[in-house]
Design a protein around this ligand. Structure first.
Ligand code: NAD
Length: 487
C-alpha cells in the first residue's frame, strides 16, 4: 500500500484530496484517530488555500457541461452512485464506525441505506420538478430551476456521510458542481464517496473533496468569490464565521445548526412511550443535532416518569460500537469528552442534582446522564452539550411548558408526548421549531422541509426547498403570439 492509503478494517481508503478527478496530496497531513480506542487511523492530506483554489477551479471548469447535461442523465448517474453505495454498504458502515464511533448496527441498517436513498430521492425528485405556468394578461410566466454554479458543502463529524450526501445529492441533481469539505475528526467516508462517484460515471470535477481544518481549508473555500452556494451543517460559532465570509461575496447560504430541543411530556401522555422517546435521546452518545436534551415533564407525573426513565436507562449497554449489543458508543474525541464533563461539573456546581451518570466511564465514553434541579437560565439548559446529557424540568400548566420549551435561542426541533389530540394541536402551533414531532421522534419524509428556526439555522432543505436553494430560480415571461407592447 502506498503512503497515501489507510486500511480500515480491511477497506482501502485514499487519504488524499479528490480534485478534478484526480487524487492530490498536500505537503502536510493531520492525524485522524478512532474514538473507539484512540488509535491512529490515518494521516490525512491537510488542505489549505492552494487546494481550495484548485478545487474551485476544477468545479468551475466542470460546471457548464454538467449543468447542460439532461435531467434524465443526471438522474441516471445519481442512481448509479446509489448503486455504488449499496454495493459497498458494509465497507462504508465499518469505516464510518471506526472513524466517528457511532453504532455499526445503525450504520448498516439505517444510515448507509439512507445515504443511498438521498441519491435516489433527489434523482427522482429532479424528474418531477415542475411548476404550473402562471398567466398574466395572456402572458405566460414559466418557472425554471437553473443550476447555480460551484457549491461548497461543509459538514460535521456526528453523521458524516449521511449529512454530506444530504447536500451532495440535491446539489448534483440541480446541475451544480460541488466541493465537499468533511469534518477533520471523521473524513474517511467522504474519500470513499469520491471513489464511488467516479465509478458511477460522474464527470471529473463535478464532485471534489478537500480535506483539512475548518480554519484553513474551510475558510478558504467559503470566502472564494466563485462559489455560488454554501451549505453548512455544524455549530453556531462556525456558522457566524462562515456567514461573515459569505457576506463579502453575498454568497447565498443554507445553515443547519445546533439545537437544545425540548421533549414535552404531558400528564395525559402514554408514559412508557414518553420514557422510550426520552431514552432514545442518548443515541449516538447524544451527538445528534435534533436530540431532545431538555425533558419538560408535567409535575404530577414527574416522579413516576423519572422512576421509569432511570430503570430503562440502566438497561443501556455502553461500549464498543462494533458490538451488536451496544446501545451507546464513545464520544468523538477526548476534547469533546472534556467539554461534556465541563458542562456537567459546572451544572452541578450551580446546584443541579445528578439523577444518573455525571462522569466519564473511560477516556472516550461518557455515562448517560440526567440532571435535575436546573434553572431555565442556567448554562446546562441554554447551551448545546452534544453528549449524552439530558436535563429534566417540571411544569404545572400548558403555557408554562410552552414558555420553557421556547425559552432558548435555538429552534431546531421539539417533541410533544400527549394523549390529547387537541392539546397536541394547541401546543405545536405555539412551538418555535423547524420540526415538531407528536408522539414520535426522528421520522421524516425527505419531501418535507428540514432546518432550524432562530439560531438553529437559516433556510430549509428537502424536496423542492433543496432545489430552491441550490438553483437560480427563474421566471420567464412570454408574450402571447402577435402581442405588441405599444399596440
Ligand atoms: P463545527 O462547527 O465545529 O464544524 C463543522 C464543520 O465546519 C467542520 O467541517 C469544520 O472543519 C468546518 N469549519 C470550522 N471552521 C470553519 C470556518 N471558519 N470556515 C469554514 N468551515 C469551518 O461543528 P462540529 O463540532 O463538527 O459539529 C457539531 C455541530 O453540528 C453541533 O452544533 C450540531 O448540533 C451541529 N449539527 C447540526 C445538524 C443540523 O442538521 N441542524 C446536523 C448535525 C450536526
Amino acid at each position: 500500500m502506498s503512503e497515501h492509503t489507510a486500511i480500515i478494517a480491511g477497506v482501502v481508503v485514499d487519504t488524499r484530496h479528490w480534485i478534478g478527478g484526480e487524487r492530490v496530496a498536500s505537503p502536510e497531513t493531520f492525524t485522524d484517530i478512532s474514538p473507539i480506542d484512540g488509535r491512529t487511523l490515518a494521516e490525512i492530506a491537510r488542505g489549505g488555500a492552494a487546494e481550495a483554489e484548485a478545487a474551485v477551479a476544477a468545479a468551475r471548469d466542470a460546471f457548464p457541461v454538467w449543468a447542460a447535461t439532461s435531467r434524465a442523465e443526471r438522474a441516471r448517474v445519481l442512481h448509479a452512485i446509489a448503486d455504488g453505495v449499496e454495493r459497498r454498504l458494509e465497507e462504508l458502515a465499518i469505516v464510518e464506525t471506526n472513524d466517528n464511533g457511532a453504532l455499526l448496527r445503525s450504520h448498516l441498517r439505517g444510515v448507509m441505506p439512507r445515504v443511498a436513498h438521498n441519491f435516489r430521492f433527489f434523482a427522482d425528485w429532479l424528474l418531477e420538478l415542475e411548476h404550473k405556468d402562471f398567466q398574466t394578461r395572456g402572458h405566460t410566466n414559466s418557472v425554471s430551476w437553473d443550476p447555480a454554479g460551484p457549491c461548497v458543502l461543509i459538514t460535521p463529524w456526528n453523521a458524516p456521510l449521511m449529512l454530506a450526501t444530504w447536500k451532495v445529492a440535491p446539489a448534483l441533481a440541480a446541475g451544480n458542481s460541488v466541493i465537499l469539505k468533511p469534518a477533520e475528526w471523521s473524513p474517511l467516508t467522504a474519500s470513499l464517496l469520491a471513489d464511488i462517484a467516479a465509478g458511477a460515471g460522474l464527470p471529473a470535477g463535478v464532485l471534489n473533496v478537500v480535506q483539512g481544518y475548518g480554519a484553513e481549508a474551510g475558510s478558504a473555500l467559503v470566502s472564494h468569490p466563485d462559489i455560488r452556494r454554501i451549505s453548512f451543517t455544524g455549530s453556531v460559532p462556525t456558522a457566524k464565521q462562515i456567514a461573515r465570509a459569505a457576506a463579502d461575496n453575498l454568497t447565498p447560504l443554507s445553515l443547519e445548526l445546533g439545537g437544545k430541543s425540548p421533549l414535552l411530556v404531558f400528564a395525559d401522555a402514554d408514559l412508557d412511550l414518553a420514557v422510550d422517546l426520552a431514552v432514545e435521546q442518548y443515541d449516538n452518545a447524544g451527538q445528534v443535532c435534533l436530540a431532545a436534551t431538555r425533558l419538560l415533564v408535567d409535575a404530577s407525573v414527574a416522579e413516576e416518569f423519572t422512576r421509569r426513565f432511570t430503570e430503562k436507562a440502566a438497561g443501556l449497554t455502553q461500549g464498543d460500537p462494533r458490538d451488536e449489543a451496544t446501545d451507546i458508543g464513545p464520544n468523538i474525541h477526548p476534547r469533546q469528552l472534556k467539554k461534556i464533563d465541563g458542562f456537567v461539573n459546572r451544572a452541578v456546581d450551580a446546584g443541579a442534582r445528578t439523577v444518573i451518570g455525571g462522569s466519564p466511564k473511560a477516556d472516550l465514553y461518557y455515562r448517560p446522564t440526567l440532571l435535575t434541579d436546573v434553572a431555565q437560565d442556567s448554562e446546562i439548559v441554554q447551551e448545546e452539550v452534544f453528549g449524552p446529557v439530558l436535563t429534566l424540568q417540571t411544569f404545572e400548566t400548558e403555557s408554562e411548558a410552552i414558555a420553557l420549551a421556547n425559552g432558548t435561542r435555538f429552534g431546531l426541533a421539539a417533541t410533544v408526548v400527549t394523549g390529547d389530540r387537541e392539546r397536541a394541536q394547541r401546543v405545536t402551533a405555539r412551538l418555535v421549531a423547524g420540526t415538531v414531532w407528536v408522539n414520535c421522534f426522528f421520522v421524516r419524509d425527505l419531501q418535507a422541509p428540514f432546518g432550524g428556526s432562530r439560531q438553529s439555522g437559516i433556510g430549509r432543505e428537502g424536496g423542492n426547498w433543496s432545489f430552491d436553494f441550490y438553483c437560480d430560480v427563474k421566471n420567464t415571461v412570454t408574450a402571447p403570439e402577435g402581442w405588441h407592447s405599444h399596440g
